[in-house]
Design a protein around this ligand. Structure first.
Ligand code: PMP
Length: 469
């Protein structure tokens, strides 16, 4: 566990919030350097590169946490921010709406899956998930369905760190010590082919089996008591870019609809173009009742998130009590909205989603080429510019490395030493899953960047493995 001396190491600039996000396991650190950022403070950033105070450059191959979709220092976004700051930096939503917030809302709704009619702007992913859960509950109560209270989600999921979102996520390591504070939730298996699909089981059979768990759970709880099912279409932080199989999500939607259970898709990490379409759920052919987006929405230029909600939820509330009983001081912030609007306009203007698809295919091919036969890489997976490798002690048995070895943290440190930022996680889910490394480079990435990223990653993986093998 962390103690004060590891939290505040003088001279590293490692303050608690950064450090705690860096830590990947509850086990004692094998060496303190794995737990503090291995770089001095960041002082500048342009395009794909972040520079530290000693003048060293790092390729941002993960957009921080899949945030920096446009790269750093984009002139158009900076100009939009200047203009907004100069015109109107803040107006409370209890008094006013603003042009920036309205334009962003219109844009989000115009580009959203069918049925989505409104956007609720907040300041980040966890806030978006909290608002989505409360919108779901208020929808039920407005309709006189007070008995609907159970939230079902999946193991190996992450939905945020505030209490409702933390309760919803299935990451045991993050939840463990806060359990007494968490609302009751229910978890089913994720759709995770590498770990859960049986040998000789077809994709269709596996999708049916995995989705069938939702049906079973709803029946067990009593359909009239179930409020919502929450899932990431492509799982991000807890398992590393895990895409669904076959018609899994169409089956999930059918089950939800049949029981009057709201489908909440958390696209905070996998959404806003990351997988090659604006929303990851487009590739599944489904439209959720509620959807959360954040990270790539503002591309890191400002903190922002949103809940996209269907007309029927909006109508139930506006024709009912007429007021969503929720709110945050900084929701609909004009600076955040202006930044997000500029980011989304550049992505559309420069057709960057085409680049996500093309460079995503190149990244995947290079990863397969480099790691496809690697003795300790069990899986290469993902969609678009959202790709991951999973490290295993044994390819045949898929046994993970001992979580106490903190292989993922070693790989991250080795990558930083080589001027490469990657997003590692591992050994955190009931101790049963392997370490993985997630790549989520900005949408402006080019072939040569990807080649350099994969080369450096290969070195970092072998360096990390060299320390534990
Ligand atoms: N949902 C998902 C799927 C996420 O990946 C994250 C952040 N990693 C969150 C919610 C929480 O977002 P935030 O950190 O902005 O609160």
């Amino acid at each position: 566990p962390l103690d004060a001396s590891t939290i505040a190491r003088p001279g590293t600039g490692a303050h608690t919030s950064v450090l705690l996000e860096t830590v990947g396991s509850r086990h004692d650190p094998p060496s303190p350097s794995l737990h503090a950022p291995s770089a001095p403070p960041a002082v500048a950033a342009r395009g794909l590169t972040i520079t530290d105070s000693e003048g060293r450059d790092y390729i941002d191959a993960c957009g921080g946490a899949a945030v920096s979709c446009l790269g750093h220092g984009h002139r158009d976004v900076i100009a939009a921010l200047h203009e907004q700051a100069d015109t109107l930096a803040y107006a409370h939503t209890g008094f006013f709406t603003t042009e920036a917030a309205e334009r962003l809302g219109d844009r989000l709704v115009a580009d959203a899956p069918e049925g989505i009619g409104h956007a609720y702007l907040v300041s980040g992913g966890s806030e978006a998930v909290e608002a989505a859960l409360k919108l779901a509950r208020q929808y039920a109560t407005e309709r006189g369905e007070d008995g609907r209270r159970h939230v079902i989600a999946r193991r190996q999921s992450y939905h945020g760190n505030t209490l409702g979102a933390l309760a919803t996520g299935g990451n045991e390591w993050r939840r463990a010590q806060f359990k007494p504070l968490l609302m009751e939730t229910h978890h089913i298996a994720p759709c995770f082919a590498y770990r859960e699909q049986r040998e000789a089981e077809s994709d269709a059979d596996y999708a049916a089996r995995a989705a069938g768990e939702l049906e079973t759970k709803i029946q067990e709880l009593g359909p009239e008591t179930v409020l919502a099912f929450v899932a990431e279409p492509v799982v991000g932080a807890t398992a590393g870019a895990v895409p669904p199989v076959g018609d899994y999500f169409r089956r999930i939607q059918e089950i939800c609809d049949r029981h009057g259970v709201l489908l909440v898709l958390d696209e905070v990490m996998c959404g806003m173009g990351r997988t090659g379409t604006l929303h990851a759920c487009e590739q599944e052919g489904i439209s959720p009742d509620l959807m959360t987006v954040a990270k790539g929405l503002g591309g890191g230029y400002q903190p922002i998130g949103a809940v996209l909600l269907s007309e029927r939820i909006y109508d139930a509330i506006s024709n009912g009590s007429g007021f969503f009983q929720h709110g945050h001081t900084y929701m609909g912030h004009p600076m955040a909205a202006a930044a997000a609007l500029a980011v989304q306009e550049v992505i559309a203007r420069d057709d960057l989603l085409a680049n996500v698809r093309e460079m995503g295919a190149h990244l995947r091919a290079r990863l397969k080429e480099t790691f496809g036969r690697h003795a300790h890489v069990g899986d290469v997976r993902g969609r678009g510019l959202f790709q991951a490798i999973e490290l295993v002690a044994d390819r045949e048995t898929k046994d993970p490395f001992d979580p106490a070895l903190k292989l993922h943290a070693r790989i991250k440190a080795a990558a930083m030493e080589r001027g490469l930022m990657v997003y590692p996680m591992g050994g955190t889910i009931d101790g049963a899953r392997g370490d993985h490394v997630l790549l989520a480079p900005p949408f402006i990435v080019e072939r040569e960047d990807i080649d350099r990223i994969v080369e450096r990653l290969a070195e970092a993986v072998d360096a990390g493995l060299g320390e534990v093998a």
